[in-house]
Structure formats: structure tokens, C-alpha cells
Design a protein around this ligand. Sequence first.
Ligand code: UDP
Length: 402
Amino acid sequence: MEASIDIDEYRKIVGDEVIRSIFSKASLLAHKHILHINSTYQGGGVAEILNSIIPLMNDVGIFTGWRILFGSPDFFRITKKFHNGLQGAPLHITEIKKRTYTQTNEAFAKFTHINHDLIFVHDPQPLPLIKYYRKRQPWIWQCHIDISNPNQELWDFLKTFILRYDLVIVSHEKYRKPNLPIPQRVISPSIDPLTTKNIEISTETIKRLLQKFKIPTDKPIIAQISRFDKWKDPEGVIDVYETVSKKVDCRLVLLGNLATDDPEGLEVYKRLERIVQKTNFIHLILEDNQALVNALQRIASVVIQKSIKEGFGLTVTEALWKSKPVVASNVGGIPLQVIDGETGFLLEPGDISGFADRIITLLKNPTLASQLGNAGKLHIKNNFLITRHILDYLNLQIELLN
Ligand code: UDP
């Protein structure tokens, strides 16, 4: 993802004071070893964030490592079911599923030696690891999913691991678990303005990329950029587009990738392929291309995010950072970013005609669109850039280690 590895480069975006504060806090943690564990290098928001945070933490002098839990396709099929179950989907938990889940973690622990001062475990896949180590340091479970209404049987099972941790981090106040007898913190996610995906690019570069992927720029573009996942409701986006295109001539681009820890993605993509074959002006693109995400977020007249559930929604952050008005579902972390009528519009996920109305309004009113987009960029700058995230982690690390 080609993140910057030099914290000084962020000075021009966030100013001297933020960078000075990062250095001063980091100096209190010199010689500490921190470890992050998750289950994919690529695909999805967590990998995105770690890709930036890990090199920058090292740049400011904290030895920060990153390890990936290995798992079989079977393991990831099960953990995807758990992911869905944590978001409230029905789930049949069998002994075999539990065994595959715990045994994969146990096997990984056998050959992955941990000697660090502090451990961050991200999301449910590596959650059981803690059980298979002699614990000598604080362990933090950071859950990036909306766990406000999980499948109860699954939650009871996962709690047997969660209770072993020293701290739980969630990404929204709404996700705190009132009955969990463990300290809980909220740390919002962030984006890195200097990655290939977010850095400013010229109009020529944008045009060249769009041409390469055969996206014409003859009509306004509406875009949703998301992993192919039913929770992102790409079929609902097509329904919205069908309504919009009756009133305003435009194109829809659905750009997505697959995450290595999500086996359902390809099925979702294939279904969309069949639907899109019967339509005009809908472009379905399966690519893992950071520069293309950047170009599309910049060329789009409106970015849509029609998720049914959304932990935070970095795609929303990225679009707002590019001064795009975002029309999105009022779920999960999205309302922290899209303030209705100020930085975009919020709707209930099922409200197809509401989505269509707002998009039509924006397509017909470019002044309003750029007003909302500019307010969006400022909101992201003040709250959701990587430098703020680094400060949150530094504060927590100081608290737990000094
Ligand atoms: N993403 C990407 N290419 C794609 C689709 C998504 O690089 O084709 C990135 C997207 O830009 C964002 C991340 O994957 O940085 C998705 O994070 P988000 O929080 O929106 O959703 P998640 O996938 O974690 O549910």
C-alpha cells in the first residue's frame, strides 16, 4: 500500500504541533517492543491501517512488529461466519467450527514466539491466541466490527477468550459492551493522506487510470468502492442507480476487491456480474488497485456507501478527504463521518428512493455538492487522520507500559 515511512512528511498536512507531540510521547516508549497480530496483510480496513501505523511507529523509535495469523480456507470460512454472527447474523455454532477455530490459533502459537512488551490482537480471527501463551505482558483485543448486537451464543463462546485480555478497544461508543468486566476504550480508525490511495494526483493521472480500466468520463459518475460483501449491499446500490438514472444521465461504478480472509467475496462478485450484464452504464470492476481507488474517488460526482452494517467505513473517510459528498447509510461508524446535510447525507439502509433523491439533488446542484465535500474534508482533517490515531496509540501505550 506504499505508506510513507517518514513522520516528518505529515508536518505539511497536520502542522508542527502534532508532530512534536508524537515525538515527545514516543520518546517515553523508546526501546519498547509492541506487536500487532491480525489475519491479513491485504484487503479491508484493518490491514489498511496497520500498513501505515506499523512503519510510522518504527520511524518514531518504537519497535513495532506485525504478524499475520495463518489459516486454512476452512478456518477463514468459519471466521467469516463468526464475523457475520458478531454483526448479528444467524449462525449455527458446531463443535467442529469451534475446534477448527481454536486449533488454528493453538498451532500458530506453537511456532510464533512472543516476547514483546505489549500485544494488540485485531478482530475475532486471532482472538483465542491469548489462551495458548504464558501471558507476561498486557494483551489488548481491538475489535473493528460493530459488536453492539451479536449472536448471543457466539458472543458467549468468544467471551471465554475476551475475558483473558487486559483491555478491549472498540471503534465507536455504541460498541462498548456494558456487561463485560474489562476496561474498554474507543479508538476511531483513520486514513493515511500520503498513501497511493489518498495522495493528491493530477487530472492527467486520473484520466489515464480511468481509460486503462475503460471507465468513460462522458457522464457524471456515482461510485461505491468496497470489498464485494453482502454487508456493503452492492445490489441495493444498483437499485438506487436504476432510479437515479431515470432522472439524471450518469454512470455507476462498483469497484471492489476481495480480502484473503473473506471467502464469500467471489460469490458476491459473480452474482453482480450476472445482474450487471443486463444493464447499461454500470461498470463492475474487480481489482486491487490503490491508484484506481484514488482516481475514482476523485472523479466521482457522488460517492455512495450503502452498507447494511459498517464497523467504521474507511471508504467514507477516504471519499470525504477528497472533498466528495457522500450519501451513505446511517449505520455503524458512518454517522461519525457523514453529518447529515453538512458533509453528506445519511439514510436508512433500506431507503432506496431516499438514496436516489439525495444523489439526484447533488448531481443537479454542484455548488451544494462542493460545499458538503469541503466541509467533509475539514472534518476528516480534524478527526480521522493517521497522526491522531498514532497519538491515541501512544497515549494508551504510555498508560499501560510506564
Ligand atoms: N479498498 C480497496 N480497493 C477496493 C475496495 C476497497 O483498496 O477495491 C479499501 C478501501 O479503500 C478501504 C478498505 O479497503 O481503505 C476498506 O475499509 P472499510 O473500513 O471501508 O471496510 P472493510 O472492508 O474493513 O469492511
